[in-house]
Design a protein around this ligand. Structure first.
Ligand code: FES
Ligand SMILES: [Fe+2]
Length: 390
C-alpha cells in the first residue's frame, strides 16, 4: 500500500534565528559551527528525523537477510522503524514497521524471525509477505473496514554495495544522484561481495552530528590518536568538494612501511583484487549523509552506521568487511583491523562526549574551523542548508 506519507503531520519547527544559520553558511574561513541547540534540542532532532532521516536515503545496514522466504528483520532507521522481509519470490521488500490496526511494531526493533506471515503481536492482525492484509480477527461487521486498503505501507528502498537504503517519505531525489561521485570511487572495493568479519555496537552520550563532524577531520589526530598517527600522517591527503551531493570526505595516505590501518601498519590479508598501486597507498574516508560513514582501506572496509536515539545519544554500529576469499583462509583473524579501530573509536567517542557536555552551557559559542577542517565545513553546510530550505 502506498500512502501520502507525512502529509497529515504538522511540520516540526526549528528553534533558530536565521542569522545563526547564516553564520554556518558563510564562506569557508569565515563560517561558524551550528548553533548550540542543534546538538541538544528535542525540536531539532524531531525536525532532523522528519527531513534528514525520513526525508533522505537512510542506511539500514547490510542486507544480510536470510535466504528463506519469510525471513524478517526490524531495523531502526533513526526516524521510522522498518521491517525488511524476504517474499515468497525471493525478493526483498521494506515496510514501515507499523501495524495498520493501531500502530504496534510488527517486530521488536533489532529482532529477526522467519515465518510465512507477518503477524502483529498486539491483536494478531496478520499480513502476507507482500504486505497485504491476510486476517484481522473479529472485524466482521465493522463498517469502515476495507481489507484491500489495509496492507502494510511499503517504503522506497534500494540496495547498493550490499547495504540497504530506505527513503521513508518517498520524496528524496533519485538514489543515483544521492550517491553522486561516490559510486565510481567505491567500485574497485566491490563492497557488494564483502562479508562482515566483525560488528561492534556503541552508544555515545553525544548528538549524532558531533560524531560526523569528528569523523570528517584529522586536525584532532596528533593529540588523541597517537597509534593512528604512526601509520598515517594526519596532514596527508585531501578532501574532495563533492559539489552538493550527499557525500562528504576525502582520502589520507598510509605512511611508508604501512600497508593498512592497524597498530603496526601490517596486514595478514591481500589487498582488494581490483585496486591499483595508488589505491593501495591510501584510505578513503567518506560520509554518505545522513548516517553512513565508510572507510575504504586497501584490504578491508569499515562502516559506521549512526542512529540518533535522543538529542544527546547516538547508537553506532561499526562493521568490518572483508573479501570472502580472505575470510575463508584458514586462521582468518580480523583483530588487526578491529582492535586498531576499536581503540580509535573509543578515543573519538571520549572527545565528542566532552563536546556534548559543553553545548548546553550559556558560555558555549559556536566555534571556528581550521583549514584542515574543510570536510567539517562541507558537512555543516549540508545540514544548515537543509535547516534553511527544509
Ligand atoms: S495494533 Fe496490530 S493488531 Fe492491533
Ligand atoms: Fe578521530
Amino acid at each position: 500500500v502506498a500512502l501520502d506519507i507525512g502529509s497529515h503531520v504538522p511540520a516540526p519547527r526549528l528553534p533558530f534565528a536565521a542569522a545563526a544559520v547564516d553564520e554556518v553558511l558563510a564562506p569557508f574561513g569565515r563560517s561558524r559551527m551550528l548553533p548550540a541547540a542543534a546538538y541538544w534540542s528535542p525540536d531539532v532532532l524531531t525536525w532532523e528525523r522528519r527531513h534528514l532521516f525520513d526525508g533522505g536515503w537512510v542506511c539500514a545496514g547490510r542486507l544480510d537477510l536470510a535466504d528463506e522466504p519469510g525471513a524478517q528483520r526490524a531495523v531502526d532507521l533513526g526516524g521510522t522503524g522498518a521491517l525488511v522481509v524476504r517474499g515468497a519470490d525471493g525478493s526483498v521488500r521494506t515496510f514501515a514497521n507499523i501495524c495498520r490496526h493501531r500502530g504496534h511494531e510488527l517486530l521488536a526493533c533489532g529482532a529477526s524471525v522467519t515465518r510465512g506471515v507477518i503477524q502483529c503481536p498486539y491483536h494478531a492482525w496478520s499480513y502476507e509477505l507482500d504486505g497485504s492484509l491476510r486476517i484481522a480477527p473479529r472485524f466482521e461487521g465493522v463498517a469502515n473496514f476495507d481489507q484491500a486498503e489495509l496492507g502494510l505501507v511499503e517504503l522506497r528502498s534500494r540496495v547498493w554495495g550490499g547495504w540497504l537504503f530506505v527513503n521513508v517519505d518517498g520524496g528524496a531525489h533519485a538514489f543515483d544522484a544521492h550517491l553522486g561521485a561516490l559510486a565510481p570511487i567505491a567500485e574497485p572495493y566491490e563492497c557488494e561481495r564483502l562479508v562482515v568479519g566483525a560488528t561492534h555496537r556503541y552508544e555515545l552520550a553525544a548528538n549524532w552530528k558531533l560524531a560526523c563532524e569528528n569523523y570528517h577531520e584529522c586536525y584532532h589526530c596528533p593529540l588523541i590518536h597517537p597509534e593512528l598517527c604512526r601509520v598515517s600522517d594526519p596532514r596527508s591527503g585531501e578532501n574532495v568538494d563533492w559539489d552538493g551531493a550527499s557525500v562528504v570526505g576525502g582520502a589520507m595516505t598510509l605512511s611508508p612501511g604501512a600497508v593498512t590501518m592497524s597498530i603496526d601498519g601490517s596486514s595478514p590479508l591481500d589487498p582488494f583484487r581490483l585496486l591499483d598501486d595508488a589505491q593501495r597507498r591510501r584510505v578513503i574516508y567518506v560520509g554518505l549523509l545522513p548516517n553512513l560513514l565508510l572507510s575504504l582501506h586497501p584490504d578491508y572496509v569499515m562502516s559506521h552506521r549512526l542512529v540518533p536515539v535522543a538529542p544527546d545519544r547516538t547508537a553506532v554500529e561499526c562493521q568490518w568487511l572483508f573479501a570472502p576469499e580472505m575470510v575463508e583462509r584458514p586462521g582468518f583473524d580480523p583483530s588487526f583491523a578491529v582492535d586498531f579501530w576499536d581503540l580509535t573509536n573509543r578515543q573519538d567517542w571520549a572527545a565528542v562526549e566532552s563536546v556534548q557536555r559543553a553545548v548546553t552551557s550559556p558560555a558555549y559559542v559556536p566555534g571556528l574551523l581550521a583549514t584542515a577542517e574543510d570536510a567539517v565545513h562541507h558537512f555543516v553546510t549540508w545540514v544548515a542548508s537543509a535547516y534553511r530550505t527544509g
